[in-house]
Design a protein around this ligand. Structure first.
Ligand SMILES: Cc1cc2nc3c(=O)[nH]c(=O)nc-3n(C[C@H](O)[C@H](O)[C@H](O)COP(=O)(O)OP(=O)(O)OC[C@H]3O[C@@H](n4cnc5c(N)ncnc54)[C@H](O)[C@@H]3O)c2cc1C
Length: 247
């Protein structure tokens, strides 16, 4: 039997009509930055649960999830209606391997996300370990429109705290992108524009890459990286690319 606990929404933030963050209180077990929990609501007599990454770092008091509304989905449109004081269900035991203890030694860490998959990387970047271990951390966030570039304040705070050690690269794929990269992540790796933007070389000797987001980005990025000699990282067979698929 899955164990569920009650969670109470403390604060919500609407980034646009489809992108929402909820901060909440719940008696959760300790977690590692980058992990996810299961969140649920009782819908027509049935408890529907889905995984959501935690955006907060383990040392922060309030927990936080960040999600988009999938119109045809059962859970996300209902989660999006919750207001401060409302309750939902959560499984208190976090899981997942998109964590720094799964990352072998490397000079440069590349964290590449589509959409709401930015969340677990922010959790990681709020921990001191990230800044102690890597010379440079690239945070790439691919969105369709500029209005989807959420958490600008958090990223600015990280930039102020860590200076050039953090290189934030937005990708805006479906509207004019100004100074930002205007193609998908795999295309920008293939063309060299991501390396040009960061001033770093994506090589198997120096780099470890974590990918999080939709399956097309994961597959296409992995194939491009494989052409450069990077390979999927597994505990028994170390490589340079770790990934977590949202959908
Ligand atoms: C390990 C893991 C962690 C996840 N963490 C997050 C998170 O932090 N934030 C978040 O927004 N989502 C996250 N997801 C996806 C999330 O669990 C739900 O699937 C999503 O919120 C939609 O839920 P739903 O019940 O409304 O629709 P579902 O019944 O889950 O999905 C309906 C359809 O929408 C597709 N879909 C699922 N998620 C998305 C999406 N984000 N955008 C577009 N299409 C989608 C599904 O493939 C399916 O075809 C995560 C998934 C996994 C496996």
């Amino acid at each position: 039997m899955t164990e569920w606990v009650e969670a109470t929404v403390v604060e919500r933030r609407d980034w646009n009509d489809e992108l929402i963050s909820l901060r909440f209180e719940a008696p959760m077990e300790p977690f590692k930055a980058g992990q996810f929990i299961r969140v649920g609501l009782d819908i027509e007599g049935e408890r529907i649960g889905r995984p959501y990454s935690l955006v907060n770092a383990p040392h922060e008091d309030l927990h936080e999830i960040y999600f988009n509304i999938v119109e045809e989905g059962p859970l996300s449109p209902r989660l999006a209606r919750l207001q401060p004081g409302d309750r939902f269900w959560a499984v208190p035991k976090p899981s997942g391997f998109l964590t720094l203890d799964e990352v072998p030694e490397a000079r440069h860490l590349w964290l590449l996300a589509t959409g709401t998959a930015l969340g677990p990387f922010l959790s990681i970047l709020k921990t001191p370990a990230a800044w102690e271990r890597f010379e440079t951390i690239v945070l790439g966030h691919s969105v369709r429109r500029r209005s989807e570039l959420a958490y600008g304040d958090t990223i600015q705070g990280l930039n102020e705290a860590h200076g050039d050690q953090l290189c934030f690269v937005p990708f805006i794929t479906r509207e004019p992108c100004g100074e930002h990269l205007g193609q998908r992540i795999p295309a920008c790796i293939e063309s060299g524009s991501l390396e040009e933007k960061t001033g770093l070389v994506l090589s198997p000797q120096d780099s470890h890459v974590l990918l999080c987001g939709n399956s097309a980005m994961l597959q296409d990025t992995l194939s491009v990286l494989e052409k450069r000699g990077l390979k999927r990282h597994r505990r028994r067979e170390p490589g340079q690319v770790g990934m977590e698929k949202y959908h």
